[in-house]
Design a protein around this ligand. Structure first.
Ligand code: PLP
Length: 387
């Protein structure tokens, strides 16, 4: 019998949908032209790029500005922060980010700090939730930019973006950016109605191709270029268009938006089943908000074991999960997210993230819950700190 393989790491990346691949194929074959070339081959590729831009604009409710194509979420985040800060430094040098941002925002803000910008961190509560009144306290006359992610990649908490944007605009002249990389495809977004000035996304999180993303920039918000060169993207982001991936991103966001309510309902039910089964394990807890969380996210801690060890044991049982950002940095330090949430020490080092998606079945959830129980018991039996 083939070994069971269960993928529960959709927050790291999701597989390409068949319809997305089908939409991309012509742009990897006959429509191979450079989308900036004026001849028929170029025009065919350009038509695909512009149709995708419209799909992105419609899906995001982003009609009051421009959707720029980037190489992914990391570039979009870098561009939003560095581009805005550099361009607008004369207005002020204070930036606010949440304490639980992805490294694409956190490390970018730290680079700006080295250049002389001041960075304040919006705290979160024990469920990873930010609070608009705390943001109000941090805003200063020299604050130029606020960046708070729509949903957290580790523990899945969905932030009150509309309220945070409102507080920002009512109490300062700062612009509001959100990293919606984990949210797109899981949370309904209407950028203009929500008061969002800039928004980052990444196609591979919503069943599109990897290495492609976008930054929405509202009209009137001006950024320095991050990547200089040719005249692509109205002269603001250079480089030959990856037409196939852009077309794939457009198709993926269209499908994600059309299927959003069904997708969220299906995946939430599976996630809740996993949560209720896993929480029957002694000395375990769910991290993040119990209800305001991404449909597929279930992040747990188990006292007495290391998350990394659990990850390895589950991998042997055919289950792919994630220990959060600690593993990607190669360090065993607890993540800045869990630290900001103030997790109890016994739970801080023992977290593991399961992220469910389109391909997850009830059978997968039952198998995973049972394997988690077996693995936790096995590791605890070996643990010098658990009795
Ligand atoms: N922001 C968040 C919240 C993410 O989860 C990720 C990826 O995990 C990124 C940004 C980076 O996106 P990309 O992989 O497209 O560079």
């Amino acid at each position: 019998m083939d070994k069971k393989q269960i993928y529960m790491d959709y927050a790291a990346t999701a597989p390409l949908k068949k319809e997305v691949l089908d939409a991309m194929m012509p742009y990897l074959t006959e429509n191979f032209g450079n989308a900036s070339s004026p001849h028929a081959f170029g025009r065919a590729a350009d038509a695909g790029v512009e149709a995708a831009r419209k799909q992105l604009t419609d899906a995001l409710g982003a009609h009051n500005g421009r959707v720029y194509i980037t190489s992914g979420g990391t570039e979009a985040d870098n561009w939003a922060l560095k581009g805005y800060a550099h361009r607008n430094a004369r207005k002020g040098k204070h930036i606010i980010i949440s304490a639980v941002e992805h490294h694409a925002i956190l490390h970018t803000a730290q680079m700006l700090e080295k250049e002389g910008f001041a960075v304040s961190f919006l705290p979160v509560d024990g469920m990873c939730m930010t609070h608009p009144e705390k943001l109000k306290e941090l805003l200063r006359p020299d604050t130029i930019l606020v960046s708070v992610m729509t949903a957290n990649n580790e523990v899945g908490t969905i932030q009150p973006i509309e309220e945070l944007a409102k507080v920002t605009h009512e109490n300062s002249s700062a612009v509001f950016h959100t990293d919606a990389v984990q949210a797109v495809g899981n949370v309904a977004i209407d950028a203009d109605a929500m008061g969002i000035d800039m928004l980052s996304l990444s196609a591979h999180k919503f069943y599109g191709p990897k290495g492609i993303g976008a930054l929405y920039v509202k009209k009137g918000v001006v950024l320095d270029n991050l990547i200089d060169g040719g005249a692509q993207e109205w002269g603001h982001r250079a480089g030959t268009y990856n037409a196939a991936s852009i077309v794939g991103m457009g198709k993926a966001i269209e499908l994600a938006t059309q299927n959003l309510p069904e997708h969220v309902a299906k995946v939430t039910a599976l996630r809740d089943e996993l949560i209720s089964r896993v929480l029957t394990i002694k000395d375990s807890q769910l991290n993040g908000h119990p209800t305001q969380r991404l449909a597929g996210n279930a992040n747990f801690s188990f006292a007495g074991i290391e998350g990394e060890g659990l990850l390895l044991v589950l991998d042997l049982a055919g289950i792919a999960a994630s220990s959060g950002s600690a593993c990607s940095s190669g360090s065993l330090e607890p993540s800045h997210v869990l630290t900001a949430m103030g997790l109890e020490p016994k739970y801080l080092h023992s977290t593991i993230r399961f992220s469910l998606g389109d391909g997850t079945t009830r059978e997968d959830v039952e198998y995973a819950a049972e394997q988690i129980r077996i693995a936790v018991e096995k590791l605890r039996a070996l643990s010098p700190i658990y009795n």
